[in-house]
Design a protein. Structure first.
Length: 224
């Protein structure tokens, strides 16, 4: 790879020696192995290894991937296993690895080569999904999980509606900025309800697992 892609001279330069990627599911964590060499004249002290997900034209779909600190002296090689979260929805993507000096630049902006892999991102395995405290449209819920979402919530069909459950009234569609916990959520392991609203199990988004509130998914539950 290094013979085909010259490394620019300067303090910050990288030579990509190997990159391997395991199977990728939409929204889920995958593992990658990266071997790089510090081909510059400056030590790596504040760099992170990360990635971009691109479409087939090179347009960014996910720009800021998970960060992994990387340090190396000039001429030193490092071998890292890193987490890569699959993009949503499933499909064909290009995965580009790069190093970043946070809030300053990506090394590709300094003329460094960026390795890219063509990746078929599979649907997420929804077989272990569990719906807490309600019944609902199993097909719609499964489709949302397979699209890549680890936590799925919907509207609540209730005979009486306490004030706390007003935000969950039927009507509308997907709300990517939903500001409330998912009540009676469907969760993929290891996620479990971490909250409660009006006596019903709920999941308040935490960590970086992707989640979805879709009012078109109607959930039926009995209040305790």
């Amino acid at each position: 790879m290094s013979a085909e892609h010259p490394v620019p001279a300067g303090p910050l330069a990288v030579r990509w020696l190997a990159h391997e990627l395991g199977p990728v599911q939409a929204g889920a964590l995958a593992r990658a192995r990266i071997v790089v060499e510090n081909a510059g004249t400056a030590a790596w002290r504040d760099l992170n290894l990360s990635y971009h997900w691109l479409d087939d034209r090179g347009n960014p779909i996910v720009w800021d991937g998970i960060r992994h600190p990387v340090s190396a002296e000039p001429g030193e090689r490092v071998d890292h296993e890193v987490d890569v979260r699959g993009p949503i929805p499933p499909g064909r993507y290009r995965l580009a690895f790069d190093l970043v000096d946070e809030h300053r630049f990506w090394l590709a902006e300094l003329g460094n080569f960026t390795p890219e892999l063509d990746v078929d991102v599979a649907v997420r395995d929804a077989s272990a999904a569990r719906l807490f405290g309600a019944e609902g449209d199993a097909e719609l819920i499964r489709a949302a999980h397979e699209e890549g979402y680890a936590a799925v919530g919907g509207s609540l069909d209730l005979r009486r509606r306490p004030h706390e459950l007003e935000p969950y009234a039927p009507g509308g569609g997907r709300n990517p900025s939903f500001a409330h916990p998912l009540v009676c959520p469907s969760l993929l392991p290891p996620l479990e309800p971490n909250d409660e609203v009006a006596g019903l199990p709920a999941w308040r988004p935490e960590g970086d697992e992707p989640w979805l509130y879709d009012a078109r998914i109607t959930l039926r539950s009995r209040l305790r």
